[in-house]
Design a binder for this molecule. Structure first.
Ligand SMILES: Nc1nc2c(ncn2[C@@H]2O[C@H](COP(=O)(O)OP(=O)(O)OP(=O)(O)O)[C@@H](O)[C@H]2O)c(=O)[nH]1
Length: 331
C-alpha cells in the first residue's frame, strides 16, 4: 500500500569539509532504528563520501555524481527523488525521511526550489529545513572567496558551527556576528565532531507556515540607517522591516510587486502580518519568486498587533522596501 504521508526532507549544506558526513554519521549511530534515505551529490568525479558514511541497516545512500547539484537539479535530482518514491511505493525500499547532502560547492536555491516547483514532489515530500554547517576554522576565508558559501548561510534555517575547537572565543564571536548579519533568522548552534542531538537539526519544521518568526532580537532594536553603506563585503544580508496593522489590498500588491521585481535576489523571506479587521495573523513565506500565504493563529488581547517581515537578500533597495512596507499600513 502506498504511504501517502509526506516524507520529510532535510537539506544539509555547508562548504567543503565543513563536517556534513560527520554529522550524519553521528545521527545514524545514535538512531540505528531510523529509516533514512540519504541523497548525496559530490562535485566532480571523486565520490568518496558514501564510503566514509558508516553503513547502517535501514539507510539507503543514493549518489548523484553527474557534477554539481545546482546544474543538474531540475533533471537528476528530481528524477532521483521520483525514483526513490516509486521504489518506496513498491515496497522495495523503506524510508521515513530523506537527507539531501549537497556538494559543498552548491548553491542551495535550486535544490530548495525543486521541492516547491515539482507538483508531484510537492504532494509527496515536505521540506523540513535547510541546515548549513559552518566550519569555524575556514568560514571567513570561504565566505570572502566564494559567494556560494555566503549564499548557503543566507538560506539556512539552522546554522551549525563546526570545528569550534579549532578557534578561540574571540574569533568565534566575530564569526557569529558576521553570520548574524547575513542571516538574522536562523538559530546558531554548535556541534563538536558532529555530536548533536537529533532534535537539533531533524524535524525542525522550518517550512511550516507557523506563527513563529525567530529573529535575533538585537536586529529588531538596531537602527537600520546604514542602507547606503556598501562597505560590507557580504552582499547577502538580513533585513527586518516593521510596521503596524496593514491594509490587505495594499500589502498584497506590495508583496506581489516586490517579489516580481526583486524575487531573484530574495533568498528567503518570512513575515507575520497584522491585517486590519482580521483577527488572525497572516503568514507569508517565500524562496525567490515562490511564495505562500496563510492565516495562522489569532492575536491574543495582550499581544501588540504589529507586522514584521524578514528578508534575506542580495543588494536589495532597503530604503524603498522599508518605505513601501510602511505605506501599506491601514489608516
Ligand atoms: N577539529 C574538528 N574537526 C572536525 C569537526 N567536525 C568534523 N571534523 C573533521 O573535519 C573533516 C571533514 O569532515 P566531513 O564530515 O568529511 O565534512 P564534509 O562536509 O562531509 O566534507 P565534504 O563532503 O568534502 O564537503 C573530517 O576530518 C572530520 O573529522 C569538529 O567539530 N572539530
Amino acid at each position: 500500500m502506498t504511504d501517502m504521508q509526506l516524507v520529510p526532507v532535510t537539506v544539509l549544506t555547508g562548504f567543503l569539509g565543513s563536517g556534513k558526513t560527520t554529522l550524519i554519521n553521528y545521527l545514524l549511530e545514535q538512531h540505528p532504528e531510523e529509516k533514512i534515505a540519504i541523497v548525496e551529490n559530490e562535485f566532480g568525479a571523486v565520490n568518496i563520501d558514501s564510503a566514509l558514511l558508516k553503513p547502517q541497516t535501514g539507510v539507503e545512500i543514493i549518489e548523484l555524481s553527474s557534477g554539481c547539484i545546482c546544474c543538474s537539479v531540475r533533471g537528476e535530482l528530481t528524477e532521483a527523488l521520483h525514483d526513490l518514491l516509486s521504489r518506496r511505493d513498491q515496497g522495495t525500499l523503506k524510508f521515513d525521511r530523506l537527507i539531501l547532502e549537497t556538494t559543498g560547492l552548491a548553491d542551495p536555491a535550486p535544490v530548495v526550489q525543486t521541492f516547491f516547483v515539482d507538483e508531484q514532489l510537492r504532494e509527496r515530500i515536505a521540506l523540513d529545513a535547510v541546515v548549513t554547517l559552518v566550519d569555524c576554522e575556514h568560514a571567513n576565508r570561504q565566505m570572502d572567496e566564494n559567494r556560494v558559501a555566503v549564499s548557503q548561510v543566507g538560506f539556512a534555517d539552522r546554522l551549525i558551527l563546526t570545528k569550534v575547537d579549532r578557534v578561540d572565543a574571540a574569533a568565534k564571536t566575530k564569526l557569529v556576528e558576521r553570520l548574524r548579519k547575513i542571516n538574522a533568522r536562523a538559530e546558531i548552534i554548535e556541534a563538536d565532531h558532529g555530536r548533536l542531538p537529533r532534535a537539533a537539526w531533524i524535524d525542525v519544521a522550518a517550512f511550516n507556515l507557523d506563527d513563529a518568526l525567530k529573529v535575533d532580537p538585537s536586529f529588531l532594536e538596531k537602527p537600520q540607517d546604514d542602507e547606503n553603506e556598501h562597505s560590507w563585503e557580504d552582499n547577502i544580508q538580513s533585513r527586518v522591516y516593521q510596521a503596524g496593522e496593514l491594509d490587505i489590498g495594499l500589502i498584497g500588491n506590495f508583496m506581489e510587486e516586490t517579489i516580481e521585481r526583486f524575487g531573484n535576489d530574495m533568498l528567503r523571506y518570512k513575515g507575520i502580518f497584522a491585517i486590519a479587521g482580521e483577527p488572525r495573523r497572516l503568514i507569508v513565506q517565500g524562496v525567490h519568486k515562490v511564495v505562500g500565504f496563510d492565516y495562522g493563529s489569532e492575536w491574543q488581547p495582550e499581544e501588540t498587533r504589529g507586522s514584521t517581515l524578514v528578508i534575506i537578500g542580495r543588494e536589495l533597495p532597503v530604503k524603498d522596501i522599508r518605505e513601501g512596507f510602511r505605506a501599506c499600513e491601514d489608516h
